[in-house]
Design a protein around this ligand. Structure first.
Ligand SMILES: C[S@@+](CC[C@H](N)C(=O)[O-])C[C@H]1O[C@@H](n2cnc3c(N)ncnc32)[C@H](O)[C@@H]1O
Length: 196
């Protein structure tokens, strides 16, 4: 039997590797992307790799530790020059990012290994989603890993689902993807592609 941990085949356990699979399809050298929740910097690092030397990534997080950890990870890989890191809430997205972007990534909830009381919130997430869509190029994607099982997660999920369900199907393709053989409260991926 093949040992997947030693192969290049992605292991799709949970929504985060699935979001990475999509990012690899959607992002090209020279493009611009946003990590709306840097956390420990894993997603920012992937985005920085995918946009290449001529692209750019904007990274947001409200926590100083998250920005420091992301900065450390990018520096280790010599990719910091491709990224602008901001210790700012993503609800201020369009105050900082004014250029069109190809992808905006949200990995919601709390920072693994950090303070679990510092979480993403329905009102700020909702505002950031509206702003993300306004920045997105045609063909670009907003992707969210949603955590209904977290404290406050159900309220945030309700805001996100209402927003996505209300998008005009002529201008956006909205997808919800979750594993079927796990708890109904397990995190899942929501993908919104802007087509117009
Ligand atoms: C699940 S973690 C992100 C994981 C991260 N993408 C990674 O690769 O490690 C969620 C992060 O969202 C951040 N956050 C909470 N509210 C925020 C806001 N309004 N704007 C930006 N980041 C926020 C938290 O501080 C936390 O670090």
């Amino acid at each position: 039997m093949t040992n997947l941990s030693c192969s290049t085949i992605p292991v799709l356990r949970g929504p985060v590797p699935l979001s990475h699979l999509f990012l690899r399809s959607f992002l090209r050298d020279g493009q611009t992307a946003v990590d709306a929740t840097c956390g420990n910097g894993y997603d920012t690092l992937l985005l920085a790799r995918l946009v290449g030397a001529h692209g750019h990534v904007w990274g947001f997080d409200i926590q100083q530790q998250a920005i420091a950890e992301t900065c450390r990870r990018l520096t280790e890989e010599d990719l910091l020059s491709r990224v602008t890191l901001l210790q700012v809430g993503h609800e201020e997205l369009t105050q900082h990012v004014t250029e069109p972007v190809q992808a905006v990534l949200f990995n919601l909830g709390y920072r693994p290994g950090g303070d679990r009381s510092i979480i993403t919130r329905p009102d700020t997430t909702g505002s950031a989603l509206e702003q993300s869509l306004s920045l997105l190029e045609a063909g670009g994607v907003v992707m969210l890993t949603v955590y209904p099982g977290h404290n406050g997660g159900v309220d945030e999920q309700a805001v996100i689902e209402k927003w996505a369900a209300g998008l005009d199907p002529r201008s956006c393709n909205c997808w919800r993807m979750g594993q079927t053989n796990v708890s109904p409260e397990a995190p899942y991926l929501l993908l919104v592609q802007k087509v117009l």
